[in-house]
Design a protein around this ligand. Structure first.
Ligand code: BJW
Ligand code: ZN
Length: 236
């Protein structure tokens, strides 16, 4: 299916970065163990206690300094090179930037990026890398509080990025779904869009998810092992 696809879309989630040492969100050992989601990943939580939310994100930003893409990220970057520009779109829910670090080019970050900050006053948007930030970082231009440039629950996804993701799935004839629990919307809805459009759907995941029943092919196992094998099977 991948070899025959004219246009391929890929949807990734936290599972693809698990083998790089980044915790996934849900389940035992998940990022949200010890936190209530509504305390760290909603606009209300940030209004109530921005320092707590920033501590949570600063820990994750610091962790990024010591992680690297794994063979799953690299396999997707190599897969992209087999397609003419524009015929391969990587849609990621991840905020870790590891797809770009692996060399992927056409990446749509639908939930934002943890390296970037956004000003709550003037909207200034800046890449701050993984450098430590204070618990209450302020905008250099207007003095207002900065926030992580990520999408929290009950927030809209960045409109232009989302439109391009939706269009890419509609235009593709195969969707590869990697390492996502497929429970967070509207991202998970892209799988329904692919199904409705008659695309082939391939799931790569350690576990069964709500996407599994829509998948034509299920590759059960770690993406860092399965994606390189998938790439090896493609005709050169
Ligand atoms: C491996 C592996 C290995 C492990 N190899 N696999 C009721 C019904 C429908 C929708 C809603 C509802 N109530 C509320 C909503 C809307 C809500 C939502 O979807 N909630 C559901 C959870 C119920 N969505 C929103 O609020 C969105 N906005 C929106 O809808 O706006 C309209 C609106 C406006 C006003 C009011 C209401 C709606 C925004 C969603 C934003 C999500 N943001 C987060 C945080 C980002 C910032 C940050 O990083 O801190 O995004 S939440 C978190 O979940 C993060 C992820 O991108 C996202 C998805 O998680 P993901 O990536 O799937 O990770 P996990 O941990 O869940 O799964 C990992 C998977 O990997 C597992 O399956 C493992 O098996 C697998 N795995 N190792 C392969 N080695
Ligand atoms: Zn500002």
């Amino acid at each position: 299916m991948v070899g025959a696809a004219r246009r391929l879309a890929v949807l990734t989630g936290a599972g693809i970065s698990a083998e790089s040492g980044i915790a996934t969100f849900r389940g035992a050992g998940g990022l949200w163990e010890g936190y209530r989601v509504e305390d760290v990943a909603t606009p209300r939580a940030f209004q109530r206690d921005p320092a707590l939310v920033w501590r949570f994100y600063n820990l994750r930003r610091a962790n990024l300094a010591s992680v690297a893409p794994n063979p799953g990220h690299h396999a997707l970057a190599m897969l992209e090179r087999r397609f003419p520009p524009g015929n391969f779109t990587l849609i990621t829910q991840n905020v870790d930037g590891l797809h770009q670090a692996a060399g992927s080019r056409n990446v749509l970050e639908i939930h934002g990026a943890i390296r970037r900050v956004r000003c709550t006053g003037c909207g200034l948007n800046e890449d701050r890398g993984t450098a430590p930030l204070p618990d209450l970082p302020k905008c250099e231009r207007c003095g207002a509080l900065l926030r992580p440039d990520v999408v929290w629950f009950e927030e809209m996804l960045p409109a232009d990025v989302w439109r391009r993701a939706d269009e890419a799935v509609r235009a593709s004839n195969c969707l590869l779904v990697v390492g996502t629990s497929a429970v967070v919307y509207p991202a998970a809805g892209l799988i329904d869009v692919a199904r409705a459009g008659g695309s082939d759907i391939i799931e790569v995941n350690l576990e069964t998810t709500p996407a599994s029943c829509h998948a034509d092919v299920i590759l059960r196992g770690p993406s860092g092992q399965l994606l390189p094998r998938l790439l090896d099977l493609l005709p050169s």
